[in-house]
Design a protein around this ligand. Structure first.
Ligand code: 8OZ
Length: 387
């Protein structure tokens, strides 16, 4: 049988209907106060349940882990109940959904922290750029990052416990699995990269030491969830959130090899070949090489993400460069993306102005093909107006 984006794929106990994954996408639309997912979010995810697998937007494991206004958490009772509604809605629509667990580390601001505390990080190094917060009137605002506080060594076990508790909460809410977010310049990536980790304890210095926290988190979460329900996301060569490493090839060779022994659901790589967060025409040779190296070192399921088109996704699957392909922007704008790709139909184009914050518009009102053809009516969005 020829491999295809449209063929089924088994991960752990799950049979995915296709190899198209809905990438984790921050949309900043949780209910306030309390960063609680609700009916609107459940509707959005259920609309996209034809994905082989959905990965939720990054979800903070604790208040300390929040870095952007209105992102959801998975540490309060109300949040767990909210996620239960999301999971049920996706399952009712025939889908599977993993939760991406997130701690932003230094990519935060006192305005998002308990009692205005400083954000925490491996080392007290200020990121360049701006934090997305809400001001005292509750309006969104961009403000410069502050210098984070370096975590004490004896704080790290409690941090690992927060990941474990968040994972338990997610499974108890009915989510099908966990993705540990170790990409894009957030806390675990800050530990991995030499530019953000100047520690002199067992969690800094050598590659082994810098990878220690990630491996402890993944090991601990795997022990409570079953490793076959746990994926990990990394972003080698990533520069988003002011990141960089002195030897990313050596770092990610080690990380891929170590994770390979853990029987994970998958390794999810933000593919730097085409620019990661951006899309360019010419692949970067260094990006291609690091992806090939990771494929070689990691024995399990490899998921890739980053500006993939139908053609490039099919090529990646057919030439065994990857097993699953995650789509971000295309899934924002096309709730029926698998059907559109299968039938090579035109795609709706995502509007960046509605990516973060807001309500129905730019979130659940992108039409399906059937709605465009008049075969299906539009949903009644008024039910979401009350929140
Ligand atoms: C864009 C805006 C806010 C958050 C990531 C969670 O890069 C994010 C994110 C991206 O992984």
């Amino acid at each position: 049988m020829t491999l295809s984006l449209f063929s089924r794929y088994e991960i752990g106990p799950y049979l995915l209907n296709n190899r198209m994954v809905m990438a984790p996408l921050t949309r900043s639309r949780s209910r306030q106060p309390g960063n609680i997912p609700g009916r609107l979010n459940a509707f959005y995810y259920a609309q996209r349940a034809s994905a082989g697998l959905i990965i939720t937007e990054a979800t903070q494991i604790a208040q300390q882990g929040q870095g952007y206004a209105w992102t959801p958490g998975i540490y309060s009772e109300e949040q767990i109940e909210g996620w239960r509604l999301v999971a049920e809605s996706v399952h009712d629509a025939g889908g599977l959904i993993f939760m991406q667990l997130w701690h932003v580390g230094r990519i935060s601001h006192p305005a998002l922290q308990l009692k205005g505390a400083l954000p925490v990080a491996p080392s007290a190094i200020t990121p360049t750029g701006m934090a997305f917060i809400t001001n005292t009137r509750g309006d969104p605002e961009f403000v410069p990052f502050v210098t984070p506080r370096a975590l004490e060594t004896d704080e790290l076990p409690a941090l690992v416990k927060q990941y474990v508790q968040a994972a338990k909460n997610a499974l108890s809410a009915g989510l099908d699995g966990i993705e540990v977010h170790a990409a894009n310049g957030y806390l675990l990536d800050q530990f991995l990269n030499s530019s953000t980790n100047l520690r002199t304890d067992a969690y800094g210095g050598s590659i082994e030491n810098r990878a220690r926290l990630l491996l402890e988190v993944v090991g601990a979460v795997g022990r409570v969830c079953g490793s076959e329900r746990v994926g990990v996301r990394i972003s080698p060569l990533g520069t988003f959130n002011d990141m960089g490493d002195e030897n990313p090839e050596a770092l990610f060779a080690y990380v891929a090899e170590k994770l390979s022994g853990l029987d994970l659901a998958y390794l999810h790589v933000v593919d730097p070949s085409y620019g990661g967060h951006q899309t360019t025409d010419e692949p970067d040779p260094r990006g291609l090489a690091i992806m090939a190296m990771i494929r070689e070192r990691f024995a399990g399921t490899l998921m890739v993400c980053g500006g993939y088109t139908l053609e490039r996704a099919q090529d990646a699957i057919q030439t065994h460069k990857a097993d699953l392909v995650a789509f971000g922007r295309p899934f924002i704008a096309n709730p029926d993306l698998p059907e559109r790709l299968r039938t090579q139909s035109p795609l709706n184009v995502a509007d960046p102005a509605t990516f973060y914050g807001g309500g129905v518009h730019g979130y659940v009102d992108y039409p399906t093909l059937k709605q465009l053809n008049g075969e299906e009516g539009l949903p009644d969005f008024s039910v979401f107006e009350a929140g």
